[in-house]
Ligand binder design. Structure first.
Ligand code: 3EB
Length: 330
């Protein structure tokens, strides 16, 4: 299959620049069989129906909204596996996933280094060297103390792998890193032939420049990634929390955290400088008892626009929630 991808190299190089090569639909239930046009079916909560490599199962309970994302292609889709990486591509974008069981995470930093290095190698030889967006679901994300905390060790491994590329801090993908309920680590990602434009937030210290107090190596991600497709822009907004500068604000006040993180999202939209509207909003909430208050508060901000709310742990213990978003041209 890998060779098959390489033979089609002439079809690539049109991203970004070509038309947006997918659309995303939110649905309540995953189809029993994935159609030919599906690039990825991201299923939160429920079990995987089959072992189709396009099925990405995220072990976070759905608290509100539709928990299944169907990423549909406008171009023919091919899919397959390369070692432990499941992939699907359509000539303009590639989706992939890699899962590590808990038994392989005893040495988290090493395991993550090898996982990211494997993915990067696969992307390079497949003709999609540019990471656009990546999601990381890490069981027990805040387990362990000090620099031994799992999230910090995860960040060390990711940094070791991504920093092998010169200038890597100018082409970092947008990202999410959330604690999951299953054991193990799930990484899934979208890549293209060429990178988008990295967006940082003037209200926040860039994560890749966080000071030492947050761990031995800084988290390697951008605040957002802007893609100018021919038919309009798309903005992948990373997991965004109540952090200003590099500090956590409003500890113990989830609704104040929500207001703060929405100001961060607004700042990213201003940086993007394009008229954009939300296409998909996902909120990760630590304590389900806060669901009703959070939903009501979200309605005052987004009105009737659907927000999928998932039960998940944010990577700083004092943070109650985090939002991520996908925007597209208004
Ligand atoms: C923050 O801004 C909150 O390590 O990939 C958000 C999004 C966060 C992605 C990551 C971490 C990550 O630092 C945490």
């Amino acid at each position: 299959m890998r060779q098959h991808i390489s033979e089609d190299a002439e079809r690539r190089g049109d991203a970004p620049g070509g038309a947006r090569p997918y659309t995303v639909d939110l649905v309540a239930r995953a189809p029993a069989v994935l159609g030919d046009d599906v690039l990825a079916c991201v299923q939160h909560g429920g079990a995987a129906a089959d072992d189709d490599p396009r099925r990405i199962r995220v072990a976070l309970p759905v608290l509100a909204g539709d928990g299944v994302e169907l990423w549909r292609s406008v171009l023919p889709v091919r899919h397959g596996r390369d070692g432990d990486i499941g992939w699907a591509e359509n000539g303009a974008a590639l989706f992939g996933q890699l899962q590590l069981p808990e038994s392989q995470l005893a040495d988290m930093d090493r395991a993550v280094f090898h996982a990211y290095a494997r993915i990067d190698g696969f992307l390079q030889r497949s003709g999609y060297p540019a990471w656009l967006r990546v999601w990381n679901f890490i069981a027990g994300i805040t387990d362990g103390d000090g620099d031994g905390e799992r999230y910090r060790q995860f960040s060390v491994g990711r940094h070791k792998a991504l920093s092998l590329k010169p200038g890597f801090e100018h082409e970092l993908p947008a990202a999410t890193a959330i604690g999951s309920e299953d054991g193990g680590l799930l990484i899934y990602f979208i890549a293209a032939a060429r990178p988008g434009r990295q967006i940082e937030n003037p209200r926040q210290v860039s994560a890749f420049k966080y000071p030492r107090q947050y761990g031995p190596k800084s988290p390697s991600f951008s605040r957002a990634n802007l893609l100018d497709w021919r038919d309009g822009a798309e903005l992948f907004v990373s997991g965004t929390a109540s952090i200003v500068g590099h500090e956590t604000l409003h500890v113990g006040e989830p609704l104040a955290q929500l207001d703060e993180l929405l100001r961060n999202v607004q700042a990213l939209l201003e940086q993007a400088g394009r008229p954009l509207r939300p296409e998909m909003l996902k909120l990760y909430l630590r304590d389900p008892r806060q669901l009703d208050a959070v939903r009501a508060h979200l309605r005052t901000h987004f009105g009737a626009r659907p927000v999928t709310i998932l039960r998940g742990d944010v990577c700083r213990r004092e943070l109650d929630l985090e939002i991520e978003a996908l925007f597209r041209a208004a």
